[in-house]
Design a protein around this ligand. Structure first.
Ligand code: G3I
Length: 382
């Protein structure tokens, strides 16, 4: 792999259109821009599988059931699915007497029908908890509120999921904890760091075969706040391993910021290697690229997004223990980036941070992903 070192994406907004297209094409290995249709051979799931890698996407059953074009895209492109919301606790246990598995079950059925594997996201998080749980944990915390839930959910999907994000986003160095842990969480406040151990052990007990991941955000950039998260995560993983916590993988969310944030292939690959030398596998779990700070011209934005995608995936895939990538959505028609105010563009234009546009046509980001998977070392014999 050729390291491009610091990302050309830094300051992309100031380049001329021609200069940017030229730079991106060089960085992305002369991407074939705007291919109008995708053959089965070119589908991301096929391109990934040919290298023993995974490509998948986050989705929602309501979209799959209401939009046939979208459902066809997800079925043909993704080899793995993850629910954007259905397997979070607020969805699965909206009240303290009943579980609500219908949406997650329906998504699993869609995945089975299309020979797709499925991940669970996420068992323990400081967000997306039902109100009743927040209140009970504050007034009357009980370890069984953690373990009984994990046992119930992991048992229901035992043998059916490839992996679970057991604990999501446990670090946030901004919160002042000496080890960089996220303290503003019902789980940390009740049990301290021990909640992580409890959760992994409960998940392992309920499903001995599923891979157990710790998932974290914002560990990718070449900037001090991302470095602080990388340091906190590696130290946390060292403590978990020293206590024999059954952790198998690290999920690198990769909600990347185009046009202004610096990314370095060396920094990214070094971090992935630090994780894999500790015996963990690494999956990019939520890739998308914010173009909030990009210019108006969609082709310039698409080119910058593609260039950063290629830079990032080349670096990740260069490390043997990296297993693949899921995007957080697949088409710009349905992206959290477009419905989340802090990522909205001032000009009101739709975010273009996913591999397919709102009409399900592949964009330069798709070409960048095909190129990154195609250039990746073959894992099939490992
Ligand atoms: O379903 C209700 C709907 O009935 C109601 O009318 C509407 C009003 O706001 O809210 C709907 O629920 C929203 C849900 O998404 C479904 O759209 C929640 O308010 C909203 O908080 C929720 O946001 C999700 C967020 O996680 C919290 O669960 C985003 O879609 C989802 O993209 C985001 O995903 C996270 C990952 O889990 C972890 N990593 C970061 C990533 C992005 O923030």
């Amino acid at each position: 792999m050729q390291f491009l070192s610091k990302a050309c994406i830094q300051g992309c907004g100031g380049m001329t259109r021609r200069a940017l297209l030229k730079t991106a094409a060089a960085g992305a290995g002369a991407l074939a821009f705007s291919s109008p249709t995708v053959s089965a051979q070119q589908a991301l799931r096929s391109v990934a599988e040919r290298k023993g890698l995974i490509y998948g996407a986050a989705t929602a059953i309501q979209l799959l059931q209401s939009d046939q074009g979208y459902a066809d895209l997800v079925a043909s492109q993704a080899g793995m699915l993850v629910a954007e919301g259905h397997t979070k606790r607020a969805s699965l246990q909206p009240d303290n007497r009943h579980f609500s598995f219908a949406n997650a079950d329906a998504l699993l059925q869609f995945a089975d029908t299309h020979q797709q594997r499925m991940r669970g996201h996420t068992l323990v998080w400081h967000r997306a908890n039902p109100d009743w749980l927040e209140t009970t944990m504050k007034n009357n915390p009980d370890e069984r509120l953690l373990t009984d839930y994990i046992a119930a959910v992991c048992t229901r999907y035992k043998g059916r999921f490839h992996s679970w994000d057991v604990v999501n986003e446990p670090v946030d160095p901004d919160q002042g904890h000496p080890d960089g842990l996220r303290t503003k969480s019902i789980w940390y406040q009740a049990f301290g760091e021990r909640y992580i151990d409890i959760a992994f052990h409960a998940a392992r007990q309920a499903d001995p075969g599923v891979k157990l991941y710790l998932n974290e955000t914002t560990t990718e950039a070449n900037i001090w706040w991302s470095q602080a998260r990388r340091t906190s995560i590696l130290k946390l993983i060292d403590r978990l391993l020293a206590r024999n916590v059954p952790i198998n993988g690290f999920g690198m969310e990769a909600h990347l910021a185009g046009f202004g944030v610096d990314y370095s292939q060396k920094v990214i690959a070094d971090f992935v290697r630090e994780l894999t030398t500790r015996g963990l596998e690494v999956l990019v779990t939520e890739l998308d690229i914010s173009d909030r700070s990009g210019p108006r011209d969609p082709l310039v934005r698409d080119t910058g997004v593609a260039s950063l995608t290629k830079l990032f995936l080349d670096a990740v895939f260069s490390v043997e223990g990296a297993k693949g990538c899921l995007t957080w959505g697949i088409s710009d028609k349905y992206s959290w980036l477009s419905v989340t105010p802090r990522f909205n563009r001032e000009d009101g234009l739709r975010s273009r941070g996913l591999p397919f546009d709102e009409n399900f046509k592949p964009k330069p980001m798709f070409d960048a992903m095909v190129a990154a998977y195609s250039n990746a070392p073959d894992r099939r014999d490992l």
